[in-house]
Write a protein that binds this ligand. Structure first.
Ligand SMILES: [Zn+2]
Length: 296
C-alpha cells in the first residue's frame, strides 16, 4: 500500500466498518443465497491476489467461473451459498505469474478479459502513452479527459504521442495467452481490440471492436469466447445489442453494486467490486465485499 493520507484515512474507515459487523453481515447474506460477490482485478501483485483468495477461503466462500455464473443466471435455480466470481481486466503481462499461478495453486476459476491490440502489437496500453505524453508536454489532455471526448479526438492525441515515444509491451504475448487458456480454471473473455470507450465510438467501430476481438481471440486460443467486459465499464443499450448479435452470452460492467436475486436477469451488465493495487488490504476487504461502496 502507498502511505498517503487518503489511504491511511481509508484504512481506519475500513477497520471501523469491519469492526461494526458490516462485512460479517454481507458474508451472512452470501451464505443465505441472497447475493453472489463479483470481484475484479487489473494488475495485482501475487501477494495481493493470494491474500484475496485466502480471505475468501477463510470466510468459507466457493469460487465459481464466469461460465458457472452464466448458467446460474440463465436458469431459475437458487443462488449457491457463499459464492464469489473473479474476473480480471486488460490482460496485463504480470497476470501470468501473479494470478494464473495462484489460481492454479488454489484451484480458483478466473476469467481474464484480454485486449487484443496490445497483445498482438507488443506495445503499451493507450492510457500509458497518454499519461507519458502529457507528463512530457507532448499533449495537453489527461487520460481521464480523453475518456469523455469523441473517440476520434482520443485517437488523434494517441497517434501524436505514439509518433514520438515508445512504450514496451505491457500485455501478455499471444503465446502466453494461449498457454494460460489451456489451464482448466482459466477462461479468456474479450475486452475489445483497442480498449476504446465504446459509448464515444461510432456504431461501426463498436461492431468491429466486439466482433473482431472475439474472432481474433478464438483463433488464438481455439476456444469459443462468450464473455465480455466493457472498457472503463462504459456501455449503453447499443453495446448490449451488438454483443448479443455477435454471440456473446454475458458481459461485465464496473458498477459497484451487489449481484442479487433482483438484478440476476441483467446478464449484460453484471456488476463488479474492484480490488485496488495501492490501498490497504483492510480497505480491499471492504471493497470486495461491497461494504466500502455502501458505507454512506
Ligand atoms: Zn480495461
Amino acid at each position: 500500500m502507498e502511505f498517503t493520507i487518503r489511504n491511511i484515512g481509508a484504512y481506519f474507515v475500513s477497520y471501523l466498518l469491519i469492526l461494526s459487523g458490516k462485512v460479517r453481515k454481507i458474508n451472512n447474506k452470501a451464505s443465505n443465497s441472497e447475493i453472489i460477490l463479483s470481484v475484479y482485478f487489473h494488475n495485482p501483485t501475487r501477494k495481493l491476489f493470494e491474500s484475496t483468495v485466502k480471505w475468501f477461503i477463510k470466510n468459507k466462500y466457493k469460487f465459481i467461473s464466469v461460465e458457472d455464473l452464466n448458467e446460474i443466471l440463465k436458469s431459475e435455480i437458487e443462488f449457491p451459498k457463499s459464492t464469489v466470481v473473479f474476473t480480471v481486466d486488460d490482460g496485463w503481462k504480470d497476470n501470468k505469474i501473479n494470478i494464473v499461478s495462484i489460481a492454479n495453486k488454489y484451484k480458483v476459476p478466473v476469467t481474464i478479459f484480454a485486449t487484443t491490440d496490445p497483445i498482438e502489437k507488443e506495445e503499451g496500453f493507450w492510457w500509458s502513452y497518454i499519461s507519458k505524453g502529457k507528463s512530457i508536454g507532448l499533449i495537453k489532455k489527461t487520460v481521464n479527459e480523453l475518456k469523455i471526448v469523441p473517440n476520434s479526438f482520443r485517437i488523434k492525441n494517441l497517434l501524436q504521442v505514439k509518433s514520438t515515444i515508445k512504450i514496451d509491451r505491457e500485455a501478455l504475448t499471444i503465446e502466453e495467452l494461449k498457454e494460460i487458456s489451456s489451464h482448466n480454471n482459466i477462461i479468456i473473455g474479450s475486452h475489445t481490440i483497442s480498449h476504446p470507450i465504446l459509448t464515444k465510438c461510432s456504431t461501426r467501430l463498436v461492431e468491429y471492436e466486439l466482433k473482431e476481438s472475439k474472432n481474433i481471440l478464438e483463433k488464438w486460443i481455439n476456444k469459443p469466447i462468450k464473455s465480455f467486459a466493457y472498457p472503463n465499464g462504459e456501455f449503453k443499450e447499443r453495446e448490449i445489442e451488438i454483443l448479443k448479435r455477435n454471440g456473446y452470452e454475458i458481459a461485465f460492467s464496473t458498477k459497484q453494486k451487489y449481484l442479487t436475486t433482483d438484478n440476476r436477469n441483467q446478464r449484460f451488465s453484471i456488476p463488479r467490486f474492484d480490488v485496488l493495487e495501492n490501498v490497504s488490504f483492510t480497505e480491499n476487504i471492504c471493497r470486495m465485499t461491497g461494504v466500502w461502496f455502501y458505507r454512506k
